[in-house]
Design a protein around this ligand. Sequence first.
Ligand code: MEV
Length: 454
Amino acid sequence: MSADKNKKSISGFSKLTKLGKMKWLVENFFIDPENVMRELKSYWLQDDQQKVLDGFSENTISNFLLPYGVAPNFVINGKTYVVPMVTEESSVVAAASAAAKFWMTRGGFNAKVIDTQKIGQVHFLWEGASSKLFNIFPELKDRLKKDTAHITANMDKRGGGILDIELLDKTEDLSNYYQLKASFETCDSMGANFINSVLEEFGLILCDFIQEQKDFDEVEQECEVIMAILSNYTPDCLVRTWVECPVEDLGDFPNEMDARTFADRFCQAVWIATIDPYRATTHNKGIFNGIDAVVLATGNDFRAIEACGHTYASSKGQYRSLSSCKIKDGRFHFSMDLPLAVGTVGGLTKLHPIAKRSLELMGNPNAEELMGIIAATGLAQNFAALRSLVTTGIQKGHMKMHLQNILNHLEATEEEATAAMKHFHDKVVSFNNVRNLLDQLREPKSRRNLTNSN
Ligand code: MEV
């Protein structure tokens, strides 16, 4: 190991023991190394549990905690779920729960998986007349399938595997650039490892096959694979979710807003997110507040889900709302189509101890059922946000949770917290206002009386 003079960089860090890594960090980056060391260690789990977690990543020194909450009363396709959610944002779980309860008595959420195809690509360069490549493609396609059978055998047995392979001429965008675009069915797994293994093999087979072509000249027999990797854009791994009810069944809303006014305002709000990318981004962020929380709780890849969702939101040429709303024949209809490539086997889903429990909590759904649950939670989150936005505004609910966080931060006692909740029931919450109130409450009684009598 060697560290530079100012000790902010190091070589051989990954080779240090966990304690060695921590020691170097606390001694070089913190003013109170002993305390930091103690604190980091306090988040360690028992040895066997910690080993599992450490196995997921590299250079691990501790664990980063996030709240694990649940939203009960989610009725989806007639089945009632308690949905696990991992999020650091206050109000998200409360909002999902409130929306779930609201729709529970109005028919619940509906979810329908439209398709479950995943996509992968081999990007390669080849010089020659493209017709020559297309002529050999049918034979190449058979060969690609046949020569990857050893990788796909298990997936084939489970009812999945390679669905199709296309050859795409991309030479107008980049000289000599072609693509093998393959679609896959990966059943209950997200399938990233499976797809990437197949694609890398495709790359090798492709180059061998091209080299074997007797009527290709020397240049034509060369093929350069730039990369082989799945695409996280999976527009055909799509789930539709929706809620609907007669407008009058929506009930009454705060500020004496009737159901019809609410429904109209709600639809306008969704439409604004459809036509304005600034609003669409926040609108969709609210949807992902719900989606990411369940994706995380089930050990799925939230970066992949986010990336895909945002590309899908731009698929009509402009970034727009993922959800849509209409009022037709007196019925309120709120829906969303969303690509969701998730798994219930493989990856972290069964390795992460809590992810495994999350799946158990929902009755061990298969991947398609999980797609429905996740999408419904996203729609619920969106419903809750818009319901607040078009009626009371978002801050009322948010600030209640925020108040609790401020009170925790200022180490309020239970008694002080109760007094603060009462005080701020109809007042604006801010850090300063809460601190002032606590200062007042903490003043010795005699001084307080004196101040009050002045
Ligand atoms: C906050 O995390 C999410 C919202 O801003 C979403 C929205 O505005 O629709 C409330």
